[in-house]
Each structure stands twice: as structure tokens, then as C-alpha cells.
Design a protein around this ligand. Sequence first.
Ligand code: HEC
Ligand code: HEC
Length: 188
Amino acid sequence: MKKYILGMSSLAVLFTFSLNVWAEDSEHESEKAKNYTQATPVHSSMQGKKNYHKECSSCHMAYPANFLPARSWKALLNGLDKHFGENAELDAEDKRSILTYLDANASDHSHSRFAAWINRSISPNKTPLRITKTRYFDRLHDEVPTRFVSGNPKVRSFSNCIACHRGADQGDFDEDRVMIPGMKRWHD
Ligand code: HEC
Ligand code: HEC
């Protein structure tokens, strides 16, 4: 009986701990995070985030979830066997947990003004599979000369965010910290 009570209380501690981590980690406003934790078990989205960074960052950085709507992530995860010329297939359990995380943090499930702007730029009947093939991305990058991208062996393609946004894997895309390889300093 004593053992049982001990087990229960450490479980409770674990649960509050993961709830706190989720709240701090969340890109949502706290209200949204609260709604989300009610709808989905906390551990599954935490596991999903971990799996996402583990499974989706070996060939390129793990792109921030809020740069694409949920339907895009779903389509990407459902087509991993033919992923831009690569086979990136995962087992069903990993896929499910990754999708849970991406879905909850997708642009159309985020409340930031940036996410709202992204959503407005994507037609509701389109499901882009690339961040770099969206209108909002073009608008953010239309002043970047292609000789600094495709013509640049240190960049090669716009999909390589981290070549120019050095803090991209931490979610830092601030234009003040952009450094294009081979270009002195970016200024508008
Ligand atoms: C085996 C290598 C590999 C793995 C693993 C991989 N990808 Fe990719 N991914 C690619 C390649 C190659 C491209 C195309 C890059 C380019 O055009 O420069 C790409 C492109 C993308 C793009 C579009 C980038 C853009 O141009 O906007 C997204 C989104 C993406 N991957 C998501 C994922 C997700 C989600 C996972 C994990 C489930 C994943 N990738 C795992 C190889 C991979
Ligand atoms: C060749 C370099 C390069 C690559 C690669 C690149 N960017 Fe950028 N990005 C820029 C530059 C330069 C700006 C600033 C544009 C301006 O000031 O007009 C910018 C601006 C942005 C901004 C707006 C930042 C702000 O402070 O307003 C976002 C968001 C962004 N990029 C996201 C991405 C994402 C996501 C990727 C990868 C899918 C990516 N970028 C790839 C060069 C790059």
C-alpha cells in the first residue's frame, strides 16, 4: 500500500513537471496551450516534438511547425516514401506522434500575428509541401539575389534556411541577424 501511494505521487510530480515544460516551451499563447493540453495527452506532444527533432533533422534542419498549415504537414507525413526524391519513411508510431506535434503547432493552429499572415497568404484550397514555395516566403525573400542562393555553393537552395539564418534551429529568423555566406552584411 505504501509503495502504491509512493508510485502515485511520483507520477503526479512527473505529470506536473511535463505540464510546466510544455507551457514554457509552447509557442502558443497560454490560453491555447491550455486548450491543447486538454485535448491531447501532454506526453504524446512532448514525445512528438522529440521525435520530430530526432527524425526530421538529419538531412535538413527541423523546420518550425508554424511555417506551414496542418494540412501541409499531414500531406508531407503521408508521403515520406517519396519525399523530394528521398525515402524518409518512418514507422507508424513515430509518424503519429510527429504529426500530433506538428498539427498542434501548425500556422493555422497558432495564434500569432505572423501565423495569421502566413495563413492569409496561402489559398485554402492549396496544400503547399514547401515553405519555400509559398507567397509569404517569396515576399520575405524577393530582394535576395539568386546568385547568393542557387549560385552559392554554401547555400544552394532557399530550403537551407540555416545557411543564412544562423539561429534558425533555435527559431531565430530575425532579419537583423541574417548573414548570407559570401555577402558582407545584409541590409534592406
Ligand atoms: C533522407 C533525407 C530526409 C529526411 C530524413 C527528411 N527530409 Fe525533408 N527534405 C529532404 C530533401 C532532399 C528536401 C528538399 C530540399 C531542397 O530542395 O533543397 C526536403 C524538403 C523538406 C521540406 C520543404 C522545405 C522547403 O523547401 O520549404 C519540408 C517541409 C520537409 N522536408 C519536411 C520534413 C519532415 C517533416 C521530415 C521528417 C518526417 C523530413 N523532412 C525528413 C530530405 C529529407
Ligand atoms: C540566401 C539566404 C537565405 C536563406 C537560405 C533563407 N533566408 Fe530567410 N531571409 C533572408 C534575408 C536576407 C532576409 C531579410 C529580407 C529583407 O530584409 O528583405 C530573410 C528574412 C526572413 C524572415 C523574416 C525575418 C524578419 O525579421 O522579418 C523569415 C521569417 C525567414 N527569412 C524565414 C526563412 C526560412 C523559414 C528559410 C528556410 C526555409 C529561409 N528564411 C531561408 C535570407 C535567407
